[in-house]
Design a protein around this ligand. Structure first.
Ligand SMILES: [Zn+2]
Length: 93
């Protein structure tokens, strides 16, 4: 797999730029051909996919969704175990 493109995303909340390395062909398939991001860019960490989808930087994602894999997280606590590089450890949520 060859990461041949970089996408710079500016966070809508803190205006910090996050650069995500992507495979251009896969990125274009998602962006323009309606492919599901988790299918074409399954190899990216979920936090990186979230940057592409929502534009939120890692820090703002962390603040907004302690458990991004949970649809309705309740009883959120600070020891959720969310690691922006690995996704949410749901057993801790
Ligand atoms: Zn941000």
């Amino acid at each position: 797999m060859k990461f041949d493109a970089e996408v710079v995303v500016v966070c809508p909340f803190c205006h910090k730029a996050t650069t995500i390395k992507v495979v251009e062909e896969d990125y274009l398939a998602w962006k323009y051909d309606g492919a599901l991001i988790q299918n074409v860019m399954y190899y990216l960490p979920s936090a990186d996919r979230e940057v592409l989808i929502s534009g939120l930087c890692y820090e703002c994602q962390d603040e907004m969704f302690h458990c991004p894999e949970d649809d309705e997280p309740d009883d959120i606590d600070d020891d959720c175990g969310f690691d922006p590089y690995e996704g949410c450890f749901t057993f801790d949520c």
